[in-house]
Design a protein around this ligand. Structure first.
Ligand SMILES: [Cu+2]
Length: 509
């Protein structure tokens, strides 16, 4: 096993050792095995102080030379020199206080005229994906721009302060840059990290007894020792994605027969959805997008769109070697080796979940993801748009210009205004051609998915990101709460987002 970051592996040692101890009656063979094999790689962890309830940390972004397994030496933008960045752990009621230093060089493209053409690949900001927190000011505000220190003339960092509400769901979230125009480029270079909110679900005895494993799936686009900037629409077309789990290609994890592990799986990719499968082993989903279910749900496969997370309990079955597969059956993300003395661990019967219920909606809206191909001249010939209520797109977009008003994203334009407390029903339609996936992501509030392609779910599911099937639709209920101000909704195929599939949503009282 080759580590993407030497530092990451060193930091992972105490974690792995702790997991063995926490497992209690680990049999001698299991302990010996842990000592002999390289530990499963985990990102460095930074936790809030139990005394102050504060996680004060620094995330420096710079070009870093990494040895990417199976690819070779790559110069790419990273958080703290690692892919993924450190895992941040907080509790409900805590404060996150992050200082980001932008140690990237000045942007080569000094000016840009059109907001919806990718640009300024060395500017960023910070999004706490999925968290129900303030989207304004110095909090989860994706309208901010963190310029390179070289341009700004000071090495002082940009500060992000996020107060986690005391009733925030405990679960798996993540952070990544969200500067419109450079998000795809930066995430495809590995800028992403896991954010864990610890809480009630972790205290369920069966879950507390289970070894916890972070599975952060990165998607890198590497060519010629670098991750190309998104300077033309097709720049990534000929480059196969490199998928890494915690910075390592197909790392090996061990589990005993009968042992239960709790995996926090994050799709930290920009372009590829995963269809997770762990053939031959039991998998029980306990949370989606950070929100815990009412009870575990046995599953044989899960769709994990870009930006989505699932928490699952995996139960070791017959000894042998198994694969967690992703983009397709041949896409091995992680190797699970079932070995050692059998253990007897139980699944929880009930979970402290959020009930999948909202009252009848009093307002409805429909949004449509639409792509117009070859309508512009230049490096970005396609238009990616979200069309809202009452908007009539041109019958033929051909000949349209970048500055047409239809569905055009502008940070100064509010596309959707949502009143706090009001229950709405939204239908998001994907009318793009058959292979175009558009994951819908809403910032600040979770929504309750009730139907896919007009077929009602037996049990609705809370999401912040959901795959909208090609030529299909999703329907959900939304009740925005607690936070007013301008926020975002967009396609989480991040290249589409950077090319305009993005809207401003304003939460109002
Ligand atoms: Cu899209």
């Amino acid at each position: 096993m080759t580590a993407l970051s030497r530092r990451g592996v060193l930091k992972s040692l105490p974690l792995a050792a702790g997991a063995v101890v926490a497992a209690g009656a680990a049999s001698p063979p299991a302990a010996a095995r842990q000592a002999a094999d390289p530990p499963f790689p985990e990102p460095e962890t930074r936790s809030s102080s139990p005394d102050t309830g504060r996680l004060t940390t620094r995330l420096t972004v710079r070009f870093t030379d990494l040895d990417v397994p199976g690819v070779g030496r790559v110069s790419t933008r990273t958080y703290e020199g690692t892919v993924p960045g450190p895992t941040l752990r907080v509790h409900p009621g805590d404060s996150l206080d992050i200082t980001q230093v932008n140690a990237l060089p000045a942007n080569g493209d000094a000016t840009h005229e059109e907001m919806n053409l990718p640009h300024h690949f060395n500017s960023f900001n910070l999004h706490t994906h999925g968290m129900h927190v303030d989207p304004t000011g110095e909090a989860d505000n994706v309208f901010r721009v963190f310029e390179p220190a070289a341009v700004r003339g000071t090495a002082a960092g940009y500060r992000t302060r996020v107060d986690v509400p005391v009733n925030h769901p405990a679960g798996t979230y993540w952070y990544h840059p969200h500067h419109h125009g450079s998000t795809a480029t930066q995430v495809l270079g590995g800028m992403a990290g896991v954010l864990v909110v610890e809480g009630d679900v972790d205290e369920v005895p069966e879950i507390a007894a289970a070894r916890e494993v972070v599975v952060c799936v990165s998607e890198l686009k590497v060519s010629g020792g670098r991750v190309p900037d998104l300077t033309s629409h097709g720049v990534y077309d000929g480059i196969a994605s490199t998928f890494l789990v915690n910075g390592v290609k197909n790392p090996v994890l061990t589990i005993a027969p009968g042992e239960i592990q709790r995996w926090r799986i994050v799709n930290a990719g920009a372009l590829t959805a995963h269809f997770l499968s762990l053939a031959g082993q039991e998998m029980h989903q306990i949370a989606c997008d950070g929100v815990t279910f009412m009870e575990p749900v046995a599953t044989t496969g899960l769709t994990l769109p870009m930006g989505g997370r699932v928490d699952v309990l995996v139960k070791g079955g017959r000894p042998g070697t198994y694969q967690l597969t992703g983009g397709g059956p041949s896409q091995h993300l992680l190797t699970l080796v079932v070995t050692g003395a059998a253990r007897s661990m139980a699944l929880p019967a009930a979970l402290p979940g959020r009930p999948p219920e909202l009252p009848e909606p009093t307002r409805r809206r429909t949004l449509t993801f639409r792509s117009y191909e070859n309508v512009f001249s230049g490096a970005f010939p396609n238009a990616y748009r979200i069309l809202g209520d009452g908007e009539t797109p041109p019958a033929d977009a051909r000949g349209g210009r970048q500055d047409t008003a239809w569905g055009r994203y502008s940070p100064d334009l509010v596309n959707q205004r949502v009143r706090l407390g009001e229950v709405e029903e939204w239908t998001v339609v994907n009318d793009s051609h058959a292979h175009s996936h558009h994951p819908f992501h809403l910032h600040t509030n979770h929504f309750l998915l009730t139907a896919v392609d007009n077929r009602r779910l037996a049990t609705p599911i809370w999401h912040d990101t959901v795959a909208v099937p090609p030529k299909g639709s999703v329907t959900f209920r939304l009740r925005a709460e607690d936070f007013t101000g301008r926020s975002m909704l967009h396609c989480h195929q991040l290249q589409h987002g950077d090319e305009g599939m993005m809207q401003v949503v304003e939460y109002v009282n």
